[in-house]
Ligand binder design. Structure first.
Ligand SMILES: [Mg+2]
Length: 259
């Protein structure tokens, strides 16, 4: 169920010339799965994304984008995005558009050695619990504790923060049962700014569920539409309760845009 204000905001998107619909993936399009590789978008949301991406080019058009913490390779596997969909991975560190091709990340020697040290620290912590796991990205390393009992997961995250505390040049971000240590300074605000610049869109829609999405919400202006999925403090103007609501919202946009 979408509230009336969000329905009105969606209806107003009918008049926008160039609309950018940028979406987080995990927890927004796709329910959380036992392992990151198993996550898939809800069929209705995947279908709405495909329709949003299918419109004609020209002065009036709709561009789609996925803006994820995942690295691009992993995002492509789980999201199977439409060809024209712009992709931003690793919270903004990796970027792809059909026009630019893939803009991969290159690390300085200092960043590479920082990544090695960080990986070694977090591997030690991950190895101390059978259900903790590491994920490697070009930009950093992620400790996943979703499979651990809550208290133990929290303890591992605290341990990780303490272990990485003294490393200058490291950006440590805590999400839902994850801790990401990145050796490049990027966030989803940087990622969304790149998407806005690439597309020159008149209005931006962004939907996300996690604390890392707040950087992107913070870049939105009064004409844009930010939608937070679930509970928790947010800078987004709108909120929905579930992933099914995201499907409904995206489907509503397809209909007001005649797609
Ligand atoms: Mg998410």
């Amino acid at each position: 169920m979408l509230d009336a204000d969000l329905r009105t905001a969606a209806a107003n998107l009918a008049d926008v010339d160039h609309l950018l619909v940028a979406l987080d993936f995990d927890g927004t399009l796709a329910p959380f799965a036992p392992t990151p590789d198993e996550a898939r978008a809800l069929p209705g949301s995947a279908a709405a994304l495909a329709r949003l991406a299918s419109g004609p080019d020209g002065p009036r058009r709709t561009t789609t984008a996925l803006l994820s913490g995942r690295h691009l390779e992993s995002l492509r596997i789980v999201a199977a995005p439409p060809e024209t969909t712009l992709l931003v991975g690793s919270h903004g560190a990796e970027r792809f558009s059909a026009a630019t091709g893939e803009l991969p990340l290159t690390l300085t020697p200092e960043q590479e050695s920082l990544l090695e040290r960080t990986t070694a620290s977090l591997r030690e912590i991950a190895d101390s619990h059978p259900n903790a796991a590491l994920e490697h990205k070009p930009s950093g390393v992620v400790l996943h504790v979703r499979q651990c009992p809550t208290a133990e997961g929290a303890r591992l995250l605290e341990q990780a923060k303490a272990a990485l505390h003294a490393e200058a040049g490291l950006t440590v971000t805590e999400g839902k049962a994850v801790l990401e240590a990145a050796v490049v300074r990027v966030d989803k605000g940087v990622g969304l700014a790149w998407l806005r610049e690439q597309t020159k869109a008149d209005v931006v829609v962004f939907v996300g569920d996690d604390v890392t999405d707040e950087h992107a919400f913070a870049t939105l202006n009064a004409a844009d539409v930010g939608v937070k999925v679930g509970e928790g403090p947010t800078a987004a103007r709108f909120r929905v309760g579930s992933l099914e609501d995201v499907t409904e919202f995206l489907t509503l946009i397809t209909s007001v845009r005649d797609l």
